[in-house]
Design a protein around this ligand. Structure first.
Ligand code: PEP
Ligand code: MG
Length: 587
């Protein structure tokens, strides 16, 4: 008897420690995001989850039937009756196949994907080696029908999840986080990812509690899961006592966050540091404007790509850039050109062995300039007010900047020939690669401003994958090398008389903001949710206090020494800004 033949047993409460990447507490039933690989996930489900699973099956079957109807009925293959005949056969197989799958779900307490695999396996086992040709054909048809249902489930699962679910994933794409936000998930748990992963950044922005680095493969669909997005603790199948405790904590956490850092007013010190936002939507900017922010410091244009292979056209980009440029007005917007790899252009692109070090960002743009040229043309057309700047991602030296400028000039000339009037944008470089840090003075001489991308800076400087939870302990934002690199880049910006905007997650973290200001950063770009805290901290600690913090930090020889020094200073000198218990939860 296989494991799948047993109904699930009621298990005890179980606790798992994960990495907290987005605050808040979420409680809800577990649902699983299928891996995007061809292998479908096998999951036991609870008795309560059976009807939901059958609904998923029906959904997949209905969608497959509609696709087949279309292929047969719309005359897609008018000349070839034998091909339409194949799809007729598929239509006939579909219903009997669905009945068998439903039986397996009910009998074995397993998810649709597992049930489909089981039915397929049984059909194949019945006719092993030496299967006659006509039966092999039938097996292939069956496989095709199964693949159709699985494909529909994969693309639709995102919107099928009930509200308030805890979504469990191996890896979760940023666009998926945004899609999920519409179904108000209670929380997200991902095996891969870290504090600076784009999905984590979005979860914070959308206020969805999220933790990473947790393997919840022992959880069944429908199990109740509690996620504490500030301590990183996960409780699976909580008992009544734990639930009571958690509900109490949830309320007090809400109050604590609402009270801290929300009430302060700007002071003269605050005005010495420019605060911008990292945003991609004009509506969100309209909402952030009243916070007193000065424009958009980082617009990640790849957010316009809803899924791999779906690059927006020049006109779609033009519309998006124009809308947001009109919304920010004089304060201006820094549009970073696509920071993507080949896998974003074509879903089927082979995976690079080392994608973070591969053909991505400016490298890809220079190898395949058509995409960049269309993007630059869209930006130039949208720059009617002259308030758009462009930022080059992942610069490693000045050669890339020069080639980028050539392409920018070419795009401008082509537009002029077409009768457009053109405002040239200011050009900035992302500094996030060690070679760019070490040639920051040369880079600063070739650009109008620098964006200091601390997320990647830490990744590349310390050779630690920012999305790999298993090396999260090596991702040390406070490593002395990182602080020295920041000092170096600030000095290069000063030398050239150009601004240096810090725009990684460090720039929006209450723990690091005073340090950055102390290291000489006078321009921060952060998610809108961090702005009030930043204003309070800069106003409360001031420039001289921040400089004292940076001075102490630069003496540290290890990240943990520096971390302890900061904690000591914060709690001794600014206890009202960093009350007891809060420091432990900050990045
Ligand atoms: C960074 O690397 O710090 C940054 C701002 O860019 P992204 O997080 O998009 O890589
Ligand atoms: Mg980056």
């Amino acid at each position: 008897m296989s494991a799948s033949d047993h109904p699930p047993t009621q298990s005890e409460e179980r606790r798992v420690k994960a990495i907290a990447v987005s605050r808040g507490i979420g409680i809800g039933p577990a649902v699983f995001l299928p891996e995007s690989s061809l292998h479908s996930e096998h999951r036991k489900i609870s008795a309560k989850a059976i009807e939901t699973e059958i609904d998923r099956l029906r959904f997949g079957v209905d969608r497959s039937r509609a696709n087949l109807d279309e292929l047969v009925g719309t005359g897609t293959f008018p000349q070839n009756g034998s091909i339409t005949g194949i799809f007729d056969t598929h239509l006939l197989i579909l219903d009997s196949f669905a009945v068998k799958v439903e039986d397996r779900i009910r009998a074995n307490y397993i998810n649709v994907e597992w049930a489909i695999d089981t039915v397929l396996r049984e059909a194949f086992e019945r006719h092993g080696v030496g299967t006659p040709a006509h039966l092999r054909e039938k097996q292939l048809d069956l496989k095709d029908v199964a693949a159709g249902i699985l494909g529909e489930l994969r693309s639709a699962d995102r919107i099928q999840y009930p509200k308030g679910s805890v979504i469990i994933a191996g890896e979760i794409r940023p666009s998926t986080v945004v899609e999920f936000s519409h179904t108000a998930p209670a929380a997200i748990v991902a095996l891969r990812g870290g504090w600076t992963s784009h999905s984590s950044i979005l979860a914070r922005e959308l206020e969805i509690p999220m933790v990473t680095g947790a393997d919840l493969s022992f959880v069944d669909v429908g199990d109740l899961v509690v996620v504490a997005g500030y301590t990183g603790e996960i409780v699976v199948r909580p008992d009544a006592r734990t639930l009571l405790d958690i509900h109490g904590k949830k309320e007090s956490e809400k109050l604590r966050v609402a009270n801290l850092w929300q009430s302060g007013n700007a002071t003269p010190e605050t005005s010495q540091v420019v605060i911008r936002v990292n945003l991609e939507s004009s509506l969100a900017y309209d909402a952030a404007r009243h916070l007193g922010v000065r424009g958009i410091g980082l617009y990640r244009s790849e957010s316009l790509i809803p899924r791999p292979g779906k690059l927006p056209s020049e006109d779609e980009q033009h519309a998006a850039y124009s809308r947001i440029a009109a919304s920010v007005g004089e304060a201006g917007i820094n549009i970073r050109t696509f920071d993507i790899g080949p896998e974003n252009i074509e879903e089927s692109a082979g995976f690079e062995r080392n994608p973070a070090l591969g053909l991505r960002a400016i490298r890809l743009s220079l190898v395949d300039p058509a995409i960049l040229t269309a993007q630059l043309s869209a930006i130039l057309r949208a720059n009617e007010r002259g308030n758009i700047s462009v930022v080059i991602p992942m610069v490693s030296g000045i050669t890339e900047i020069r080639r980028f400028r050539e392409l920018l000039v070419n795009s401008a000339q082509a537009l002029l020939l077409d009768g457009y009037s053109v405002n040239m944008p200011r050009v900035g470089a992302m500094i996030e690669v060690p070679s760019a840090v070490l040639t920051a003075a040369e880079i600063a001489a070739e650009v109008d401003f620098i964006c200091l991308g601390t997320n990647d800076l830490v990744q590349y400087l310390l050779a630690v994958d920012r999305d790999n939870a298993s090396v999260a302990d090596w991702y040390q934002t406070l490593h002395p090398a990182v602080l020295r690199a920041i000092e170096y880049v600030v000095a290069a910006g000063r030398g050239a008389g150009i601004p240096v905007t810090a725009c990684g997650e460090m720039a929006g973290s209450p723990f690091y903001i005073p340090l950055l200001v102390g290291l000489g950063i006078r321009d921060l770009s952060m998610s809108a949710g961090s702005v009030k805290a930043a204003q309070q901290l800069i106003g409360g600690i001031g420039i001289s206090g921040s400089e004292a913090i940076a001075h102490a930090a630069l003496k540290g020889k290890t990240a943990s020494e520096i971390d302890s020094a900061l904690r000591r200073l914060y709690s001794e000198h600014w206890p009202s800004l960093f009350p007891d218990g809060f420091l432990d939860e900050l990045h």
